[in-house]
Write a protein that binds this ligand. Sequence first.
Ligand SMILES: Cc1ncc(COP(=O)(O)O)c(C=O)c1O
Length: 368
Amino acid sequence: MDFIDLKTQYRKLKPSVDARMHAVLDHGQYILGPEVTELEQRLAARTGAKHCITCASGTDALLMAMMALGIGPGDEVITAPFTFFATGEMIALLGAHPVFVDIEPDTYNIDATQIEAAITPRTRAIMPVSLYGQCADMDAIQAMADRHGIPVIEDAAQSFGALYKGRASCNLSTIGCTSFFPSKPLGCYGDGGACFTNDDQIARVLLELRNHGQDRRYHHIRLGLNGRMDTLQAAVLLAKLEVFDTELVARSEAATRYAALLRDVVPTPQVKDDRTCVWAQYTIEVEDRDAVQQAMAEQGIPTAVHYPVPLHLQPVFASMHLPEGSFPVSERAGKRVLSLPMHPYLTPPAMQSVASAVKAALAQPAAR
Ligand SMILES: Cc1ncc(COP(=O)(O)O)c(C=O)c1O
């Protein structure tokens, strides 16, 4: 069994993926070719955002978003410690300080009620993460940010396609950043990402940033990076976009089935009434996680941990002097979370096997 089955997906989409990729091979515009523009138009239309600027990865999307807002040394950016490393990494890479706020125990997203206490005169952005495919409480965060005149950057790396109060993730804040890493709900065949905004000025700066700060060829008005998405990756995404909504339904059905199989045994994921989840991960909590993971591996069931060590406990952030106990909800989650195989092509028998393996693993004395 695969944790994420990209091979079955490719077999189903082969004619359209191959046709799209061959079109690129035929026209040969590998850098910023027509597929990139077409994809940006499609993604903007889908989210309702005025601008979509694709880029080379979700990490670059976060970096470019903060660069576009002028975030740099000495600035503070509020985010959650329970996330993939890139969220805090890009803040620190710019010389800014990540200021961590703990998460809600049920959604694993930043606890909006604790953000205001973390705002200081140096706060330059709030960066909620829409973890596992469900948005944080973006209206509450935006209202608070507006009161303080601070922009919001949604780290929507895991939530492209999700809805919050009927509005699309990636278009809920000043800038939304997503990732098209292969295992994401909408993934390409390599690295890819995108920024979304309704602000014309920010969009212009993002376009310049992703291409070495050029406003025209060989005329560099700012420092930027090579943050361009490859045309071939845009072609893959255009093909996958055709079936994305069908796949989201399949993911949702899989999540419902998992919940029915497992909710009496372990805490299963909770989705708030005013949101949808795209199930980038299906993550349960177990007491002795490492023993459960080991037992499941022995039964041939792959699992993953997203994420074992919260950012404030990462060695590189030791100088922040935030010891164990600083963010108890994140730390508890880091010890307990376990992600199960999740993708649109999971069959009911496969899910039954996963659930049986969870139950068998929990029955082992070591896992209690
Ligand atoms: C929450 C979060 N932020 C940022 C990233 C970085 O995205 P990428 O791997 O495309 O650089 C990821 C991807 O793994 C992520 O899950």
